[in-house]
Design a binder for this molecule. Sequence first.
Ligand code: NAP
Length: 242
Amino acid sequence: MKILVLGGTREARELAEALIDAGHAIITSLAGRTEEVSPIAGEIRRGGFGGPDGLASYLIENTIDLLIDATHPFAAIISANAVLASHKAGVPLIRLCRPAWQAGPDDNWSMVAGVAAAVDLLPSGARVLLTTGHRDLERFLGRADCRFVVRLIEAPGIGLPAHCELLLSRPPYRAADEQVLLRDQRITHLVTKNAGGAGTGKLEAARALGLPVIMIDRPALPPAREVQSVDAALVAIQSLVS
Ligand code: NAP
């Protein structure tokens, strides 16, 4: 089959590799806003499609047999576009979305519906490890009564005010190292999106230190056939082939 994978995640990369090994022709689509550090098997295209209609046209013009949405759980616009484009083009869609993290009995999480609620929940004087990425950074930084350690993979396009410290680094992060960071920076609150997946070192460290976590819930997505792992995606794709 000729398959378009909407990517930008580790799962998309792993799936592209597995599908090529299984003999499929794979095009991975990237938004193209960040640098891709790990190589991706197969063909790559970069940049937006121009909304759901543009994506539908791409599917038709490139005779795509199957669309896989393997984007990040917080990439809600492209996921909604994928549903619309799949209907419009008559191309089946499978969404690959890793499970959300769940709080355990020893966690001290406050679940919030979005960034605004997370910003509001921070008490004055909080020392925050902020791991929510580039988007909406300015909304947090408006809280000049808090201190932020902003951890990003790539430098932000904006200058950071004096009450913020920039930490540029790449995962993986081990829980032991995260504990050292939280202690050294005298962090009182961790703010994160519920991305799910392997990056749980910070959550384990917060748990061990008894720190509160402000956990931003995932955006709601329109219904689609959904699987939660690369293996489950391969099974679903195989069932379409046969
Ligand atoms: P978004 O808000 O859902 O999408 C905004 C626009 O970017 C879409 O309308 C689409 O433009 C374009 N776009 C997004 N993903 C694309 C893709 N894979 N291929 C082609 N165009 C794409 O997305 P986002 O949250 O900015 O995320 C952008 C990319 O970064 C995604 O691919 C996602 O997997 C990855 N990512 C996101 C996060 C996160 O926290 N949001 C974290 C890690 C990785 P058109 O409408 O013009 O088609």
